[in-house]
Design a protein around this ligand. Structure first.
Ligand SMILES: Cc1ncc(COP(=O)(O)O)c(C=O)c1O
Length: 486
């Protein structure tokens, strides 16, 4: 069991020495309590044999863990996990005297990184990622909430069990199988408080601090915050017309996690090709990494059938599918779900529940009924037409005003488009747009790496049909003026 856990974490192609990797793997096992205080570790000879390492490698790793206080060694008896870990000792130690007196000890470096990350702009026409909440069936929802309260018993007011309400997990499993070809049982579904919370759980429960995570570049800044909070090393990976395109050299230091938005890449709108999906799954299996598939708006595909999920073609149990009701219903609902591979689902749900107890059973009851009585599918069908009409209107006005000057792309799915601009001009457009009460999120602001394409993100989800032409014309004129002066 221990031997398997350790063997799975060793990568003979990685730049770190095997002794260092073994040290890290045992330390992580101690910190996540897979190895319990007082537990006896195999002898260096036995572990070396089991994991296929040189004995000196194991001795070196054990010696470092002993020096750092994770292990204690008893002559003649072997090595044991220490009863008090160095992390606990550090916490108990008196705080070092502050160098400068300040009003308060301040936030952590992680918090600063979270605050420093670029924000998706809000508060104006064309703000990205904003659905139209005015079309939500309020009266129907009120009825379902009232019915849920009537049906609840005192016991339902306690914490909910790990994973969320069974009835909602079942309704979601049925929905994603049908709508997104996700293959799962209800037990693989874990209800979370928004995709952001689900991504945070993935970062914390599937990776350890310092491990590498890949994401598309440009990419979603919200998930970068989550990765910074877990002290993961975020590595931007370039995109091409088929989606995330890691180079062979990138695979020389494989990541622990890969975060992708394959149905509608955020923000470019690129749909990952089947060829690239297969290659990524195959490489992830070979290098033993997790893939997080964030399907934030894949339900709104305007041409052809919605694309099947990556999870649905994964035979290797690598993919965690993330779905949210923020775009399909309303963001304030704060309900989303993860679909985990079967081997880890139960332990993941338990660990998640230990980190933040589950509750909100009334809302979960109402949502389960909303889905299983067909209202959810009907709402999506209705909203798909609404968004398609808005996208078409925006495209018509834009092309009429600008011809081929700022070509649009990425609009087959979701609720935003990209208008391409020469590099360096998007910030100017954004500033002028803001002054006119509009939003034009610069594409360059969403990159981590240096290679940046110019463009702006145009979110049309919440711009009403009656207003879209007027706002599109105003923004197109700003773009024309900037292009002329640039
Ligand atoms: C790509 C992407 N993923 C995740 C989210 C977060 O969704 P939630 O509101 O469920 O946290 C968003 C929100 O805009 C998004 O654009």
């Amino acid at each position: 069991m221990l031997e398997e856990l350790l063997a799975a974490r060793l990568d003979r192609g990685a730049p770190e020495t095997l002794a260092h990797q073994l040290y890290g793997a045992i330390r992580a096992g101690i910190l996540d309590a897979s190895l319990r205080p007082g537990q006896r570790l195999p002898s260096s000879r036995q572990l070396a044999l089991e994991v296929g390492l040189g004995r000196n490698t194991v001795i070196e790793a054990y010696a470092r863990l002993t020096d750092e206080g994770y292990l204690v060694s008893r002559v003649g008896a072997g090595s044991f996990v220490a009863a008090t870990l160095p992390e606990q000792l550090l916490q108990a130690a008196p705080a070092p005297r502050a160098r400068r007196r300040s009003a308060s000890p301040g936030l952590s470096r992680r918090a600063q990184a979270i605050l420093d990350e670029v924000a998706i702009e809000e508060g104006g026409a064309f703000a990205p990622c904003v659905p139209d909440v005015t079309a939500f069936p309020f009266a129907l929802w009120q009825r379902l909430i009232a019915r849920a309260w009537r049906q609840l018993r005192a016991g339902d007011l306690r914490y909910a069990g790990p994973g969320g309400l069974p009835k909602l997990r079942a309704a979601i499993a049925a929905h994603v199988q049908l709508a997104r070809q996700v293959r799962c049982t209800p037990e693989q579904v874990v209800i979370v408080n928004g995709a952001q919370h689900g991504l945070d759980l993935c970062a914390r429960l599937l990776a350890d601090g310092g491990e590498r995570v890949w994401m598309e570049d440009p990419g979603y800044p919200g998930v970068r915050r989550v990765f910074y909070a877990s002290e993961l090393q975020v590595q931007p990976i370039r995109l091409d017309s088929e989606g995330m395109a890691p180079r062979a050299a990138d695979w020389e230091t494989p990541p622990r996690l890969i975060y992708i938005t394959p149905s509608h890449q955020f923000p470019t709108g690129v749909v990952m090709s089947l060829r690239r999906r297969r290659a990524l799954l195959e490489a992830a299996a070979r290098h033993d990494c997790w893939i997080i598939e964030d399907d934030y708006d894949g339900e709104f595909r305007f041409s052809g059938r919605p694309l099947a999920s990556l999870q649905g073609i994964d035979a290797g149990q690598r993919v965690i599918y993330v779905g949210t009701f923020s775009k399909s219903l309303f963001p304030g609902l704060r309900l989303a779900y993860l679909v985990l591979p079967e081997p880890v689902a139960e332990r993941f749900a338990r660990a998640a529940a230990q980190l933040g107890f589950e509750g909100r059973q009334v809302t979960q009851h109402a949502l389960a009924d909303f889905i299983s009585e067909g209202h959810f599918a009907a709402h999506i069908r209705r909203m798909r037409l609404v968004y398609q009409q808005r996208r078409d209107l925006l495209q018509q006005v834009w092309e009429k005003e600008l011809g081929t000057l700022a070509p649009l792309s990425g609009g087959d799915t979701g609720m935003h488009l990209i208008a391409a601009l020469p590099a360096g001009l998007d910030e100017q457009v954004a500033v002028r747009a803001r002054a006119a009460g509009l939003v034009a999120q610069p594409l360059a602001s969403l990159y981590l790496g240096r290679a940046r394409q110019g463009g702006i993100v145009l979110g049309y989800g919440a711009v009403h049909e009656n207003d879209i032409a007027r706002h599109a014309r105003a923004l197109a004129r700003i773009v024309k003026a900037v292009l002329k002066s640039g």
